[in-house]
Design a protein around this ligand. Structure first.
Ligand code: AVJ
Length: 319
């Protein structure tokens, strides 16, 4: 197994400072969702995926279970690249199908978190002895150039993570990915789908309050990593459906007037009671929209597969 680091702790800490300064001095205030995922936030996210209300993980797994063999047969991929690989349990469905099809030789997971990536890549390396595992610590919005060369690559971007990018960021990401692939190579994209708003809101505002904790965790991240003195419990979790833009928005609403000091930035940030800090969008898609965005980036969208209940889709496109 090989592990290349294109993103160090120092790079990450510089990026967090820049994002915190930009977002907390803007109006409205905002923070990019990628900062949810420290160790504690990643554990909270794993708990979210097991909640009764949070269907996307189970729905995507159902779609992949039903169609992994179709994906293997359509692509005949020799290299599976996974962007934002996280715990990579759904990845095994693809690895198994490609291995059964007889083409698989290499696996290249890319993730911002070195500990998570190392753990996942080591487990895959042990369980698939014939597989050449080449892990890359990197950010999928910045390090697409570092995707290892390989024959007949299939790049998977699962989990609906593309929904955490706004349309302009998605267009940039998709064109950037298309630019590093050779004609004929493949892209598999997981997208959560537009559905009953009540079901969507429940998935982001669960009864147990795990998503609320996950949302507030970004303030604990700023406390721990930037020496801030947020009182996270003085913020209320907000999840709402924007019917026009077809995305879920998560915010943190200040319960009272307060001033927060961000030690490492030498910055004071004031919140008025009721003021909202924007922490995440999670866009939901329709087939026409996914195909249009892929086409605009130069891909040919060729297959659309969903779980039996039609809640989540995986799209296979060719560069
Ligand atoms: C799976 C990372 C895309 O938007 O559904 C879960 C993260 N946010 N609950 C999503 C998330 C709130 C998530 N991603």
């Amino acid at each position: 197994m090989r592990l290349d680091i294109h993103l160090t702790e120092a790079d990450q800490s510089r990026a967090l400072r820049a994002d915190a300064r930009t977002g907390l001095t803007a109006s409205p205030k905002w923070l990019p969702p990628k900062w949810f995922y420290d160790k504690c936030g990643s554990e909270l996210f794993e708990r979210i995926t097991e909640l009764p209300e949070y269907y996307p993980t189970r729905a995507e797994r159902a779609a992949l279970t039903a169609h992994a063999a179709d994906i293997a047969a359509a692509t005949g991929a020799k290299t599976l690249v996974e962007l934002g690989s996280g715990s990579s349990d759904k990845t095994r469905l693809l690895l198994d199908a490609l291995r059964r099809y007889g083409t698989l030789g290499a696996f290249a997971p890319l993730d911002v978190s070195e500990p998570a990536l190392r753990a996942a890549a080591t487990a895959i390396d042990a369980d698939y002895p014939d597989l050449d595992v080449h892990a890359i610590v990197g950010d999928f919005t910045r390090h697409l150039d570092e995707i290892p060369a390989g024959e007949a690559r299939l790049v998977a971007f699962l989990g609906g993570t593309i929904g955490n990018l706004v349309p302009a960021e998605r267009a940039e990401f998709l064109s950037g990915l298309h630019a590093v692939l050779a004609p004929g190579e493949w892209f598999l994209l997981g997208t959560d789908l537009v559905k009953d708003p009540a079901a969507l809101v429940a998935a982001y505002d669960d009864a147990e309050g795990v998503t609320a904790e996950f949302n507030r965790n970004v303030l604990y991240v700023l406390n721990r990593q930037l020496g801030a003195d947020f009182d996270p419990e003085a913020f209320t979790h907000v999840a709402l459906w924007d019917a026009e833009r077809e995305w879920i928005e998560m915010r943190l609403r200040a319960d009272r007037d307060m001033t927060v000091h961000i030690g490492e930035l030498d910055l004071d940030v004031s919140f008025a009671a009721g003021e909202e800090l924007y922490t995440e969008v999670s866009a939901k898609f329709r087939r026409e929209g996914v195909f249009a965005e892929l086409s605009a980036a130069g891909f040919a969208p060729l297959h659309w597969w969903t779980d039996p209940e039609g809640r989540f889709a995986v799209t296979l496109a060719q560069a």
